[in-house]
Design a protein around this ligand. Sequence first.
Ligand code: F6P
Length: 468
Amino acid sequence: MPASRVGQANLVVVANRLPIMRVDDETGNSKWVTSPGGLVAALMPAMADFDGVAWLGWTGEQTEYTPDAFDHEGIRLIPVPLTDDERELHYDGMSNGTLWPLYHGKIEPPEFHRHWFEGYRRVNRRFAEAAAAAAAPGALVWVHDYQLQLVPGMLRALRPDLRIGYFLHIPFPSLELYCQLPWRNELTLGMLGADLLGFQAPSDAANFHQLARALGLATRFGPSALEFQDRPVQVRAFPIGIDYHRYEQAATDHDILDRARSLRAQLGQPQIVMLGVDRLDYTKGIDVRLRAFKELLAEDRLHPSQVSMIQIAEPSRDKVEAYVSLRERVERLVGEINGDFGRVGYPVVHYIHRTQSFQELLAMYRAADVMLVTPFRDGMNLVAKEYVASRLEESGVLVLSEFAGAAHQLKEALLVNPFDIDGVKSAIVAAATMSPEEARRRMRSMRRSVARHDAVGWAASFLEALRS
Ligand code: F6P
């Protein structure tokens, strides 16, 4: 391998996005700050063990604004430039128009376009080449998520000396669904380039294990490994967690408690505050909980003077048609509910289509008696865990979809099938009327589980498995 192609980082993180965002400072100049996402917080403690850490990703901005590599909080950030055209094919197209809907069980129909896949392949190659150039001999490389599924295979071809791990943050589908992909072999071979494949749930890992054998690409090497090209590939579940202590600590902050109190006052001191916090995504079941809420109000099982709902819907992927039409559906429902049941100064649903600060979110978690997390399908769902971590007094009830990965760990939530609207309605009523004793018993057990499986432990156990 020519010396010029070898970098200095002993740990290379490869993710679609860099863990930073550009903000304007007091003087109006823009600067980069660490983005609120959980991945960087999870990795920070583990990164301290490595001499030289690089993180490769897209800045979310156009090529002409993409900076050169720079150091940020001890990490070498290596921006991967994408043209508008590449972003359209790779991100809006193949990632979010094909793989995302397919892997989430076809809640929206996936589209299969050859030019999208060609763009996806081109962008994956750029990431693989940049990772190959950044990694020191024998380094660990950790590739993340469905946007970069071809990277492990491409990287192994360039740098067979590396230890390569890949973690899929979203569900891995059943054989029948995955096999609809015209590029199923190439995408599977891409993942098999890794030494360690991590998934959110055991069922996701089992789906991959079965798929690789069914396609005749790998053979069984025990229950949690495959053999591929005379090499073992570990296939295991590593359920992701949150930075529990950060939420727990922030929940005691006086400013946040004051804000939680003033939120309840602004809502008109209802008996019950319900909350939903999601990216505006059709997988999240925002429309389901709004429909359930609307029917409960119409049937007088909930009363508008006693209950208020806050729904945060963070803008997301707004160039993809399915997201545009979801926004219309959700906003129409919010309008209908407030039109039918609101009063002047007191809408029943408070809908916010903007990203919230960490502090504001915390205040909402603190103010909410009932948290509604009703995705049709979700790899994990960290919002459910954030709510639990913020409930210091062990009060509050979580209504959680059975189809979120978090349901494997949060068994004391009120588990619902989001496709069963009557079941969701009953769970909302049960949550609103639950005795404080029962709520406390459930919340205590969930808090223990969220504390035990936190983000730092998740990253450490993945890297430990990759190292060995
Ligand atoms: O968890 C899935 C995921 O696509 C992550 O890869 C990403 O960080 C997050 O959702 C937000 O999505 P996007 O990068 O498309 O805004």
